[in-house]
Design a protein around this ligand. Structure first.
Ligand code: DQQ
Length: 604
């Protein structure tokens, strides 16, 4: 551990960094030259899921079947852009959710009922163990028309379920008369109610172009003939159009096991459910915990005093960063619910075309209901830890004083970092203003890592260049609100890259925990993977995923620091960091991934 000399750091935080690093005055003055190439393999993730090449978006139909995990995904086999009409279902299999093998695409837009794209959907394992895929077929040109289709394995005995057939009786659900053609999609995994009928939810805008964002329920006896319920499961005038709904049961508060969502009898009564909606006009995923009743197919959110039913901005989010279109599945192997979500690129399309790929998935996360019964907790599945290689233990028990920046030597751009911070005193917490409640992201912008505070900002600087010109700050800041405290978590990208044309917002959210009752202790886990910074604050109560494109990785090493820019001291009770091994993710014989691994090894 190298402690940097920061005696002069009573001034702005960026100046502290200037003093503490070998940077010259260029830190504040020079504008770096624009980089026109995308950095190619240097930004490619080493252990996040991505196809070998081309475009990927939503995770589709994740499932565990006969000892094999399957992940399907929206995939453009023809290039690194979305390619509306080309969308296929990419298909990869794994035994551990970490290392993946690519198979041929499972669904391609080849039938009259999906001729312009096989869009998102889900997998359901039918009685007898046969999986079924429900997906949206896009027909026609222009905005097209959306219908729901089903597909089954060609050979259910094939352990990898390589080929899928689409029955000629598709579509199983045509476009309803009261829904515009381009606003009807993304069927969920099916579940069975007490009446023995299958149910699915489908997203739709009901009532014309200015209609209401709705989550429709369809019921079926045979998985082929589906009838729409008169009343939707949920509607929102505020949302515009929602996509990729997900409805799943959760166990008792604080119990980490998951519940199977499609066996009769488990989906009603006292069990709580989570309804997740992907809101199209913000491209953000929101969820509510509530009660689902399978007699009437209604979902009643349990609102606390900070959440408003029809204002999705007050709903909680799986991730307050750059992810969308998440999907969960029940993992029968380990009795847990696992969530995937798409983290798109946030550089620009020319970069994607130049590097030949676009889009990663978050690491698979275990999801359960927190002990408070109100919010979800998320944590990287334990299998991710098999990639932990060299371990670095730093700063154990060290106090990080105002303006302190401590380097953790030995980990860089491919790391897993777990830190526990202990706030010495909450006395110095700044006063919280109620109008900050609705916009934590703005608060993170106003009170970024370089703005000194009382209790915080403190946390990690990851993907930092040797001269500190580039770094991504993941941090907490604690405010006093009446006689309670409010914890803000931010991922500040403003200094993440010196490149132009890269989206570098501040991301932020509150961590819903009573920091005082927790003895002033708060944890932060951050997974760093070249262009991905995926963080879990307060034991997974608040998650923020960011995409970063630092320029320094082309010629230099990345570093990790702990910092505190608040006047109150913060103790690092523990800090463990691991260099992460490169997972085998969709390696193709053409050597594309192998080549990138070699250059990574050379660079770091
Ligand atoms: N992506 C799919 C749609 C879905 C959207 C198309 C969400 O089915 O609504 O690629 O990202």
């Amino acid at each position: 551990m190298a402690r940097l000399s920061l005696a002069a750091c009573a001034v702005a935080f960026h100046l502290c960094l200037l003093v503490s690093s070998s940077a010259s005055l260029r830190w504040l003055s020079d504008k770096p030259a624009a980089v026109t190439t995308a950095g190619g393999v240097r930004t490619r993730s080493a252990y996040h899921f991505q196809p070998a090449k081309n475009w990927q978006n939503d995770p589709n139909g994740p499932m565990y079947h006969n000892g094999v995990y399957h992940l399907f995904y929206q995939y453009n086999p023809l290039g690194a852009t979305w390619g509306t009409g080309n969308l296929s279902w990419g298909h990869s299999v794994s035994r551990d959710l970490v290392n993946w093998v690519t198979l041929d695409t499972a669904l391609d837009p080849t039938a009259p009922f999906d001729s312009n794209g096989c869009w998102s959907g889900s997998a359901t394992i039918l009685p007898g163990g046969i999986p079924a895929l429900l997906y949206t077929g896009r027909i026609g040109t222009g905005k097209g028309m959306q219908v729901q289709n089903v597909a089954f394995p060609k050979n259910p005995a094939d352990p990898l379920l390589r080929e899928w057939v689409k029955p000629a009786y598709n579509p199983v659900i045509p476009l309803p008369a009261d829904v515009p053609g381009d606003n009807f999609r993304d069927p969920t995994t099916a579940w069975v109610g007490r009446d023995g009928m299958w149910r699915i939810a489908v997203a739709a805008k009901v009532g014309g172009p200015n209609g209401i964002a709705s989550t429709l329920i369809y019921r079926s006896k045979d998985f082929r003939h589906w009838k729409r319920n008169t009343l939707p499961l949920y509607t929102s005038r505020a949302a515009g159009m929602v996509e990729c709904p997900d409805l799943f049961p959760v166990a008792e508060p604080g119990v980490e096991e998951g519940l199977l969502g499609y066996v009769s009898g488990t989906v009603s009564g006292t069990v709580r459910h989570v309804l997740k909606l992907s809101v199209m006009n913000t491209t953000q995923d929101y969820y509510m915990v509530g009660r689902y009743d399978d007699a009437a197919d209604t979902f009643v959110p349990e609102l606390d005093n900070e959440r408003i039913l029809d204002d999705f901005r007050t709903w909680r989010r799986f991730d307050y960063g750059h992810v969308y279109a998440s999907k969960s599945f029940f993992d029968m192997r380990k009795n847990r619910r696992v969530l995937w979500a798409w983290a798109s690129e946030s550089d620009n399309m020319d970069d994607d075309i130049a590097k030949g790929w676009s889009g990663v998935q978050t690491v698979p996360r275990k999801v359960w209901l927190d002990g408070d019964g109100k919010q979800l907790r998320q944590w990287p599945i334990e299998e991710i830890e098999t990639l932990r290689s060299k371990r670095v233990v730093g700063l154990l028990g060290a106090q990080v004083n105002a303006g302190g920046v401590n380097k953790i030597v030995g980990v860089g751009a491919q790391a897993d970092v777990e830190a526990i911070f202990e706030i010495s005193s909450l006395e110095e917490a700044e006063t919280f203003e109620p109008n900050w409640l609705l916009d934590p992201q703005k608060l993170c912008e106003e009170k970024g890592a370089s703005v000194p505070g009382g209790v915080g900002p403190f946390g990690l600087l990851v993907m930092a260049s040797g001269d500190m010109q580039e770094h991504t700050a993941v941090f907490f800041r604690v405010f006093r609100q009446n006689d309670k405290y409010k914890v803000l978590m931010c991922t500040d990208l403003s200094k993440s890259s010196t490149r132009d044309g890269v989206y570098k917002p501040p991301y932020g959210a509150f961590v819903d925990m009573d920091i005082e009752a927790h003895g002033g202790i708060i944890s932060l886990r951050t997974l760093v993977d070249h262009s991905v910074v995926e963080s879990f604050g307060g034991g997974g109560r608040t998650c923020i995923t960011a995409r970063v494109y630092p320029d320094h990785v082309v010629n230099g090493n990345s570093h990790l620091y702990v910092f505190n820019n608040g006047t109150g001291a913060v103790k690092v009770s523990s800090l463990d960091a691991w260099e992460m091994a490169t997972a085998t993710v969709n390696v193709l014989p053409d050597g594309l991934i192998a080549a990138s691994s070699v250059s990574r090894a050379q660079a770091y």
